[in-house]
Design a protein around this ligand. Structure first.
Ligand code: ZN
Length: 312
């Protein structure tokens, strides 16, 4: 099937139209959430300043300029608020604020593609598949174990679909498209890398069979979860596009270590109908052109964002 290009205005929807996050009545909530995220970034900044090295100095310099002010535009005739300008460090592995924005942009882009696919293929349903590997003390080893295992699972699908002789069937062959991300947690019992995947299929892949396959591939892990995404797809999709590292579970030192290991790795992948979705580079919202607006400025002061006047 020919793939339709993602509509050009897809970024309009990022974290807004689908999730309702741009509703003016939710602005206070949003500001609070961004404030909590920025507080964590500032804690990381302080942590890095205590251990100067080439890498920490560079990261700290970008963190220091990230999110100090936020400029929103309130389109009061339609009750919407869009983030109009801000400085972002784009270091989503150490900065939760940039992590939130990056996730919202990815969410918007993939939900837009899903809408287009749905029109052409009403027989497809979305499923959320989670593949995990056993916890372990060595993050690099666990991370590469997960990455290699995923590659083998993807290879199986590809070889079977290509009709390669002797290639075994995998339940993943039911997927006509998928997008998947890697996530990392550490709740004190070792590193726990795992993969969240949205699968588009006409019938549900069997969790039992996938678990058996996954155990054969990994040799040590069989925990697999596969469930349909019912109702509003936003929640299921959000599971895939949230942070790559679970900041709230990690100490600053562990967070920094994880960022060093994950740096430069591809943490979002796709195949089939979800191939080629473009996530906008900018972490800002798209403006609502042609509508009257009020500017709203916020400055980070103490431990939260406070409204600021432009003439201050
Ligand atoms: Zn940032």
């Amino acid at each position: 099937m020919a793939h339709k290009k993602t509509p050009e205005n897809s970024s309009n929807l990022a974290g807004g139209e689908f999730t309702g996050a741009d509703e003016a009545r939710l602005l206070d909530e949003r500001i609070t959430r961004y404030g909590v995220a920025h507080t964590r970034s500032q804690a990381m900044l302080e942590h890095l300043r205590k251990t100067p090295s080439e890498a920490t100095i560079k990261t700290a310099a970008s963190l220091a300029s990230c999110g100090n002010y936020l400029h929103f535009r309130e389109y009061f005739t339609v009750g919407k608020v869009r983030l109009h300008s801000a400085t972002f460090c784009k270091q989503h592995l150490v900065c939760p604020l940039c992590g939130i924005r990056r996730g919202a942009k990815a969410l918007g882009a993939y939900l837009t593609r899903w809408q287009v696919i749905q029109e052409e293929r009403p027989d497809l349903r979305p499923y959320l598949l989670t593949l995990t590997v056993k916890n372990g003390p060595d993050l690099e080893e666990r991370q590469s174990h997960l990455a290699k295992s995923l590659r083998r699972l993807m290879d199986r699908r590809r070889y079977f679909n290509a009709g390669t002789r002797g290639a075994p069937w995998t339940e993943l062959c039911k997927a006509e498209g998928a997008v998947y991300t890697l996530e990392l947690t550490n709740k004190g019992n070792g590193w726990h890398p795992h993969c969240h995947m949205i699968i588009l299929a006409t019938s549900q892949p069997s969790q039992t069979d996938l678990s058996t396959e996954w155990h054969k591939i990994t040799g040590d892990s069989m925990v697999v979860d596969c469930r349909p995404i019912l109702g509003d797809p936003v929640e299921g999709f959000m599971e895939v596009f949230k942070y790559a590292v679970k900041f709230s579970d990690l100490t600053l030192a562990d967070n920094w270590h994880a960022a060093q290991i994950l740096k430069g790795k591809r943490l979002l992948n796709s195949f089939g109908l979800f191939r080629g979705v473009e996530i906008p580079d900018s972490l800002l919202d798209e403006p609502l052109d042609g509508l009257p607006y009020l500017d709203r400025f916020y400055r980070y002061l103490g431990d939260s964002y406070q409204p600021a006047s432009i003439r201050e």
